[in-house]
Design a protein around this ligand. Structure first.
Ligand code: O2Y
Ligand code: MN
Length: 494
């Protein structure tokens, strides 16, 4: 008797018709074979074995360098359930259109079956997903970003309690790129992109869009939030979660070295992007990080903005769309004051300033979370960490004050629901335009935003010790055009 997972894998293989199927176990030997495969494919390069051991540099297709919100769909039976902020297609129509694209899409290729756990392996808050993909780069990335392989199969057993995700590179044409979430079925289909949030289905697709739907059904929260612990000189650690729209510096904030370190303050990292939270038996909201790695924006990252991540990426990391120096080391704008000579840019061309930036503005590092010197001793705690504060913020040159506290939960929900930020390179489209981004969830809320606000208000009634809620804006400028936040200009320039 085959398991529900085996049945689903067989059914996807009948559609996509791969030459072979490989079940991933997450072992070291498998990782080496995947890396060799990537290098053979010609878009991935081993980096300097002495200074960046076990690191690779990958160049994605130049037309495939960021999440594409325009072709990301929430396919609920009723359009109303997707709401006004999501693209919607009826499930049957999406399946017909995408089914034609998946038909034979893996011919001659390997179909990898990637079982993974989102969250600590032993946590009741964690969930299992399985991504089927024809991209070795996705396999290598999912190995860092999630607890992948045997550990997930062991947890799943013969249960049908997993979120299936079907991914194929297709022909990588932007015209035939579609990312669809079938919320009632808890199923993800993605075709035509091999990059980041479009292709690593455990990240935005499952951990936010599908999980936010599950969270409302089951009475918990799936949020676009970092999680950090702030240790005081007495050794007490206060945990907080913070939501900022994409590329506002969440990764740098949760790994920051406190300016008050000499006085005994220290920042501990639990997560840089996504928080899953439920009410614990102590009456506090407890947060886990569903991921196990960081997929951070490279440009602007340096010893000053994030020394922890600079230390972390020195081994076992993947660099995507950054430049490569003559010493086979990764490089991006803002990494160092001196621009190394003899570099290849992110497309593999001899770099010259006339070709634009050496690294693509949305280029990334993918690094195991455990390698961060700031990683919290509780980052893998099955019970999660108790959250005392929520911080919301965005990039706002004007209007929004530097910092304020909401009067209570309901007021905090209003503050978060009305927040806005100026757009960045993490999404395709114009940069620098302010857009409303409730709870920083605009691209990630898997259902009607009105129902999502209602869910937040309902959660407030269920938390005996709710987090205090704050709003910050360290991008505020004065009449002289200069940042008001102390040291902000140096931080951004460095
Ligand atoms: O462009 C992409 O696919 C990556 S987007 C991303 C990556 C890591 C964390 N957050 C984000 C985001 O857009 O919020
Ligand atoms: Mn994000």
């Amino acid at each position: 008797m085959s398991t529900p997972l085996e049945q689903w894998v067989e059914s996807t293989a009948r559609i996509t018709r791969p030459a072979q199927i490989q079940w991933c176990d997450g072992s070291e030997g498998e990782a080496t074979r995947i890396e060799d495969q990537l290098i053979r494919e010609g878009r991935t390069f081993p980096l300097n074995d002495k200074t960046y051991p076990n690191c690779i540099l990958h160049r994605s297709d130049p037309s495939d360098v960021a999440r594409t919100e325009k072709v990301t769909y929430i396919c609920t039976r009723n359009r109303e359930d997707a709401g006004p902020t999501n693209n919607w297609i009826a499930p049957a129509e999406a399946k017909q259109t995408m089914g034609a694209l998946f038909d034979g899409s893996m011919k001659g290729r390997t179909m990898y079956v990637v079982p993974y756990i989102l969250g600590p392996a032993a946590s009741p808050q964690s969930r299992v997903g399985v991504e089927v993909t024809d991209s070795a780069y996705v396999v290598a990335s999912m190995r860092i970003m999630s607890r992948m392989g045997k550990v997930a199969l062991d947890r799943l057993g013969s249960s049908s309690d997993f979120v299936p995700g079907l991914h194929s590179l297709g022909d990588l044409s932007p015209e035939r790129r579609l990312i669809a979430h079938f919320q009632e079925e808890k199923l993800i289909w993605s075709i035509g992109s091999g990059y980041g949030g479009n292709a690593l289905l455990g990240k935005k697709c499952f951990a936010l869009r599908i999980a936010s739907w599950m969270a409302r059904e089951q009475g918990w929260m799936a949020e676009h939030m970092l999680i950090l612990g702030l240790e005081s000189p007495s050794g007490k650690v206060t945990y907080m979660a913070a939501a900022f729209p994409s590329a506002c510096g969440k990764t740098n904030l949760c790994m920051m070295v406190s300016a008050l370190e000499n006085e005994g303050y220290r920042v501990w990292t639990i997560g840089d992007d996504i928080a899953w939270m439920q009410v614990g038996s102590d009456g506090y909201l407890h947060a886990i990080n569903p991921e196990s790695g960081f997929f951070g924006v490279a440009p602007g990252t340096n010893e000053k903005t994030n020394s922890n991540v600079m230390a972390a990426v020195r081994k076992n990391s993947i660099f995507t769309n950054v430049a490569m120096t003559a010493q086979r080391e990764p490089w991006w704008e803002g990494m160092s004051e001196n621009v190394p000579s003899g570099m290849l840019d992110w497309q593999g061309r001899a770099w010259s300033p006339s070709n634009g930036p050496a690294a693509q503005p949305n280029s990334r590092y993918t690094v195991p979370a455990v390698q961060a010197p700031s990683i919290s001793p509780r980052w893998d705690d099955p019970a999660g960490v108790p959250i005392s504060a929520f911080i919301f913020g965005g990039r706002r040159a004007r209007l929004a004050p530097l910092v304020y506290e909401a009067m209570n939960w309901q007021h905090g929900v209003y503050v978060a629901a009305t927040m806005a930020s100026e757009t960045t390179a993490a999404i395709t489209g114009a940069v620098g335009v302010p857009r409303r981004d409730p709870m920083a969830m605009l691209p990630f809320c898997g259902y009607n935003m009105g129902d999502y606000f209602r869910h937040w208000l309902e959660m407030g009634k269920k938390i005996p010790h709710p987090p205090k809620i704050f709003h910050v804006n360290w991008f505020r400028k004065g009449a002289d055009g200069k940042f008001l936040w102390p040291d902000m200009a140096t931080t951004l320039a460095s």
